[in-house]
Design a protein around this ligand. Structure first.
Ligand SMILES: [Zn+2]
Length: 81
């Protein structure tokens, strides 16, 4: 179906400042990062995993002009698949 713009896609998030609709980033404040390591029998360590705890707010920004788009953040989170 070429160039079929589904009506439901009309709610794409678009930066009101620069029109960017592709590139966005989240900024998490007050993040505690915990890195887990497993010690091997020879005393070396192997990285296992990271866990993150976000204590501050998480903001959403336009990736093109760095405009603060946090008021779209709830919608943004609902559209992450
Ligand atoms: Zn922008």
């Amino acid at each position: 179906m070429p160039s079929a713009r589904t009506p439901g896609i009309a709610n794409r998030l678009v930066c009101p400042t620069c029109g960017n609709d592709e590139d966005f980033f989240e900024l998490a404040n007050d993040v505690i990062q915990t890195s887990h390591y497993i010690q091997n029998s020879d005393g070396s360590f192997t990285y296992d995993s990271d866990t993150y705890q976000v204590n501050g707010e998480v903001q959403l920004f336009c990736g093109a002009c760095q405009e603060d788009l946090s008021y779209y953040h709830q919608r943004f989170k609902e559209m992450i698949f």
